[in-house]
Design a protein around this ligand. Sequence first.
Ligand SMILES: [Mg+2]
Length: 434
Amino acid sequence: MDRIIFHIDVNSAFLSWSAVKRLREDPNAADLRLIPSAVGGDVQTRHGIITAKSIPAKKYGVTTGEPVVSALKKCPQLVLIPGDRATYREYSADFISILKKYTDKVEKVSIDEAFLDMTDSAHLFAEEIANGEAYPLCAARHIKDEIRDTLGFTVNVGISTNKILAKMASDFEKPDKIHTLYPDEIQTKLWPLPVGSLFGCGSRTAEKLTGMGIRTIGELAQTDMGLLRSILGNKSAEYLHNNANGISTSPVRTVREKAKSYSNETTTSEDISDANYESIGLPIVRKLADSVAKRLKADGVRAFTVYVIVKTSEFARHTRQTTLTVSTNDPRVIRETAEQLMYALLHGPEGLFSQGARMRLIGVGCSNIDREGYHQMDLFSWAETKKAEDQKREEKRKRELQIEEKKKKLDGMMEKVQSRYGEKSLRKGMHLPE
Ligand SMILES: [Mg+2]
């Protein structure tokens, strides 16, 4: 029997949630969803990037991920509001708990979207079915309306027999809509769409394909596999060809493995000392960090804490850890953090190497797992991290300028004294009052 899969996606989640919160606090406030508005950046300085925008803002060409400055050029009256993680988490949890009333098979994909396996849920809608409504359409309508009427924000529901088609369907016309995309509707509803709108087809791949004359999802679906493999490589070719043909057997994954930490370790083939750390130890640290990042990404989670472990040839175990301000699954961040931790653990006067230790085992791990907000939070965190980095850089520059100025002042004073009392009257290094 065919499965019945829903993909439910909150319409402009961050913006809607901020709008709902605002209206709860002040029922007379303007509804952000109905005016050109956007979440993101620093509202005061107007720096940073847009992380969500209203439909009226979209009409001005404002896009997610673009700098606030350029969005304001397109739409000077754009109302900017700051992100509000605590509220987003709260509303996301409310959203998921409604979904769980209708099936125990709910897979949360990100902070604002989930797959539901509704194959065995028809009995919950006996009343609607008795009134002549068709299942599963009546279930989709019921869930969509319940979310809107009780939580105050809208969702799109995509219905099909597998995850890829349901996901594509929920992305059709928005907001507050239900769409089906059954296998027998693929040719009429899916194939005319531009190839870049296919799930899994990034902008660079789309460019490559359109360059080859493959412009629509239908054209991709009918492209010879040999040719496609030569353009995209075997793995991508098969994945995208399947997606374009609506083929997917992936189950709705109910219970995510809730690992408390992710770590990889390896016993080294020879003892690592100060002499061969750079050539043997460091590449291992990097490789382990990359594999941990990959596992975090595969599970759609991020981590706040990075740690390293070493075991010496005397089997003593040592670890060192640090907690980041923004959770991450970025291999570059994890790699750099692990390298620094390892450096602190091994080198320096207190380091293991200066005590003559040699290492037998190296490990890298992440804990303090953050399961919220995969996709969108990525952008969000990126913006926050960037802001913090910009601030740091600015402060450093200011300090350097101050030092430069003090030096100049000092030199000026020295010159004055020297011209009056002779060159030998004053040497650098003497204490001078400010
Ligand atoms: Mg959404």
